[in-house]
Design a protein around this ligand. Sequence first.
Ligand code: FAD
Length: 802
Amino acid sequence: MKTTSRVVVIGGGVVGCSVLYHLTKLGWSDVMLIERSELTSGSTWHAAGGFHTLNGDTNMAALQGYTIKLYKELEEITGMSCGLHHVGGVTLADNQDRFDMLLAERAKHRYMGLETAIIGPDEIKKVAPVTNTDGILGALYDPLDGHLDPSGTTHAYARAARMGGAEIETHCKVLETNPRADGGWDVVTDKGTVIAEHVVNAAGLWAREVGAMAGVYLPLHPMEHQYIVTDEIPEIYQRDAEHPHVMDPAGESYLRQEGRGLCIGFYEQACKPWAVDGTPWGFGHELLPDNLDKIERSIEFAYRRFPVLETAGVKSVIHGPFTFAPDGNPLVGPVPGMRNYWSACGVMAGFSQGGGVGLMLAQWMTTGECERDVTAMDVARFGDWITPGYTLPKVIENYQTRFSVAYPNEELPAARPLRTTPMYDVFDNMGAVWGQQFGLEVVNYFTEGDEPRFETPSFRRSNAFEATAREVRAVREAVGINEVHNFGKYLVTGAGARAWLDRIMAGRIPKPGRLSLTPMLSPKGRLIGDFTVSCLSDAAFQLTASFGAQAVHMRWFESFETPDVRVENITDRLNGFQIAGPKAREVLLACTRDPLGDMKFMDLRHATVGMVDCLVQRVSYTGDLGYEIYCDPMAQRALWQVLWQAGQAKGMRPFGMRAMMSLRLDKFFGSWLNEFSPDYTAAETGMARFISFGKDCDFIGRAAAEAEREAGPERKLCAFEVEAEDADVAGYEPIWIEGRVEGFCTSGGYSHYAGKSIALGLIPAGRVADGLNVEIEILGKMRAARLLTTALFDADGSRMRG
Ligand SMILES: Cc1cc2nc3c(=O)[nH]c(=O)nc-3n(C[C@H](O)[C@H](O)[C@H](O)COP(=O)(O)OP(=O)(O)OC[C@H]3O[C@@H](n4cnc5c(N)ncnc54)[C@H](O)[C@@H]3O)c2cc1C
C-alpha cells in the first residue's frame, strides 16, 4: 500500500468511487481510495439502482442529468457494463397540486434542455399499462429515467479511476484521521498510515463515525428502506418492451420491471431511523429483517394503483439502510473549520446523484470552485447550530415527505422552533406566522383577528396575500418595522482590515461613517456574495450579507487568513430592527436625543435610541426611506419598546418576509440565491455597477470581471410585468421570445404596492429593450409579459435618498 497520496478517499461505495474517478478525470492521478471491506459494502450493494432527473433544485436536477449521461461514457472507457436499462419513467399526479408541481418541473426542463413531457391518462395507460389511471390527472414522462446494476456501475467507476492512475486498497479499515502541522492528514489504517494532502469522507453509512475521527459532526442519519421483488407476471414478461418506471407520489412508491416481474419500493409514513447511536462496524453485506407491517398501508394502496401486484407472489424483500441529510440533499465540499477535509456523504440517491457529486467535488478540489452553484448540496448550508437532535427529526420528515408536493412557499414543521430571538414571544402574541431560515424562526407575516395562523402551501397565491398587502401598505404609506436578525453579520478588524477587504470584495470600501454595497467574486468572476460594508473606523468594518450563507462565507474568509486581520461571525451578537417608510425618520427622531436628522443615505452613526446603544445605518432593502438599527440582543426588547411606542402615532405596523420580498420587487432588487448566486456574474445581474474597477489592487475575480466588461455579458437580468392570474413567477420558469425559449426567471412575485405581478429573469443581452413583449410559462400556461426598465416605486430615488 502507498504511504503517501495527494488524496485519500475513505469509502468504496458508488460515491467514493465516483469522486476517485472524477479526480483522475480532472488530472489528479496521485489519489487512492481505502475501503474497509469489498467495494459496495455499505448501502450501495442493495440499492434498487433506479435513476431519474427530477429534483426540486434546478442545479441538482442538472447534476442528476449529468450522472445519467455519464454511464455510457463509463461503459465506453472501461469496456464494463453498468447494466443500463433506459426505460423511461412517469411520475403520476392525482390532484391539482401534484399536477401543478409537474407542470412547473416541465417548464424548468424546457430551459435546461431536458426532453420531458406532460401526458394524460390515456397516454399513461399506453406507456405504463400496469397503472390504474382512475383519478389520475396526468403525468410527467421522462425518457432519461431508468435503472442499472449498482455493483457493476461502482466497479466501472473504480476501473475508470484505476485507468487514470488511482489506487484502491480494499480490506483496509481507516481507524484515525489526524491533522498534520503542514495542513495534511495522517490517515491511520489497520495496514499502516498514509500521509495525505487531502481527505475525502465518502464513508456512507459510517460517515458519522469517520467524521468523528476528525472531530467533525456531519448532519446525516440512516433510515431503513424496503423494496419488494415479485415473481413472474405475465402482463410484464409478455410485453415486447421493458415496462417503464412509475413513480406514484400519492402511494409514496416507485415501481419498475425486474426480470420477468416487478419491483416496488416505498417511502412509508411509518418509517424507521436506523442505528440512531452509531452504525455498527460489523454491519456489511447483510440485510435488515423484512418488515412488511411497516409498509402494509402502502402495499394496499399499490394494489389499487397497480392491480397486477395483487396476484403476484413475492420473490424477495430487500430491506436496508441508507443515509439522508436534514433536507435530503448530499453533504458535499470543504468542511467548515477544517483544512483539506472534504465531505462526500449523505447521498441518498447515489445512482441519480453520484456522478454529479463526484464531478463537483473534484472540480472544487482541483480548481477551487465548481462550474455551477452547489449551495443545495454544500456541506456548509448548515451552521454550527446543527445537532444530532435536530438532524434526526428532520431526516424522518424528509423521508416521509420524499414524494410530497414541494411548494415554493412551504414551511416544514419538524425540529422547530430551534433558534429564536428575544422577539419571538412578542411577535407570536401579535399573530406571527413563522418561517425558518438557517435554523432561525423568522416572521413571514402577521395575521389579524381570526385569520388562520398557517399559510396554505400553494403554487398559486396563498392566504398570506391580504396580510402581505396590509404590511406593504403600512411601509409605503406610513412606517413598518421588522427585525434585522436574518442577516449574516461579520466584524473585520485589525491594521490590515481595509487592504484585506479591498482584495476580498470587488467594490469600493467606504470611508469611516459610510456604507457601500459590493459584490464578492470568485476567481472566475462568479457572484459568491452580495455585501453591505459599514466602515466603523479605519481598522473596523461590519459586513452584512445573506443569513443562510454564514458558514459558506466564513469558510471563504478563513481561507484568506492573515495575521493583521481578524474576521468574526457576529450574527448572533447583533440584532435590532429596521424601520422603513415615509414616517421612519420621524419615528427614529422621536426615540433619540442624538442629531440623526441629517443622516444621508448610506451614512452610519452610533447613537442612543431610548436607553440602548445602537449602530444606525440609513439603508433599507425595502427601497424606501429607512434605517437599520443594530444593538446587543440583550437590549433588543428595550429597543423594541421605544420604537413601537413612538411608532403608534405614525401608523407603524410590523412586517414580515413576505412583505419584504414584495417591496424589493417594486425596485427590481435582486436577492441572494435567486438573482445573485455563483451561477451568475456581476455583469449579467447588474452588480457590475458596484465593482470598483478604478481601485488600486488586484481584487479576487478582477481579471474575469474586466474581461466580461470588455466583451459585455451574453445575458442580462431584466424585470417584467406579467399578466398573471392567480399564480406568480416562483423561479426558473422559461421566458419565450417570438415562440422560442430564450431565457428563464430567477424569481418573482406580486408587487402589492403597484398591483402588478413581477418577474425577474435573464434573457440574451441583445434582446433587452424597454417594452419587449415576451411570454412566461407559469404552471403550464403562457402568460404575456412586458420588459420594464423603470422601477415601480421611487424611480428617481428621491424617497430613498431624501
Ligand atoms: C433498499 C435501498 C434501495 C435503494 N435504491 C436506490 C435507487 O434505486 N437509486 C439510488 O440512486 N439509490 C438508491 N438507494 C440509495 C443508495 O444505496 C445510496 O445513495 C448509495 O449507496 C450511497 O453510496 P455511498 O458511497 O455514499 O455509501 P455506501 O454505499 O454506504 O459506501 C460507504 C463505504 O465506505 C466504507 N467505509 C466506511 N467506513 C470506512 C472506514 N473506516 N474505512 C474504510 N472504508 C470505510 C464502507 O465499507 C462502504 O463500502 C437505495 C438504498 C437502499 C437501502
